[in-house]
Design a protein. Sequence first.
Length: 210
Amino acid sequence: MLQLKEVTYKIGTFSMGPINLSVQKGEYIALFGPSGSGKSLLLELIAGIRAPKSGSVIIDNRDVTAIPAGKRAVSMLFQDYALFPNMTVFDNIAFPMKMKRRPINEINSEVNKICCYLSIEHLCKRGTSALSGGEQQRVALARAIAAEPLLLLLDEPLSALDYELRDEAIELLDMVKRSGITIIHVTHNREEVLKLAHKTINFKELNIRV
């Protein structure tokens, strides 16, 4: 599903790589390591938000290194969730489908289906500023799924949640994993992903300095 071949990146005095990584379809991979090591940067390179200095990003046997983020079959759940504050929950989730110009009846049906799947149908008409941290996470995850990605990238998805909400969030991510989507989960806390990941990788072992 995903191959990184000799990927390097440099910004200011920070550099990382060359990184080689292979992820199979349907795998849930956890990348763990300390803050500031470049884990989030790696997700942005995979998503197309940043461009590598060298190397190749291959998704589903297609070299997407030069393809912009909006045209990759990748969704990213950001650490702060990055919900659109001027939109309702429904419109946040519908946004990626509207960008693909899908018919409105299909959008309505799919949003309702995803909301039921994640148990947030009662939130659809609310603004995002009124949501709790756990609710924001579910809405952001729903929006990511609505884009129908081949690859889902999770950037510290549990770090903004209170301790009592983390078990619930882990159950939610486990449910998404069972749907068969390929997932890369970045975290500084290895313990939080032990119940989820098929494989855990120490980012420091990938992040070979150039």
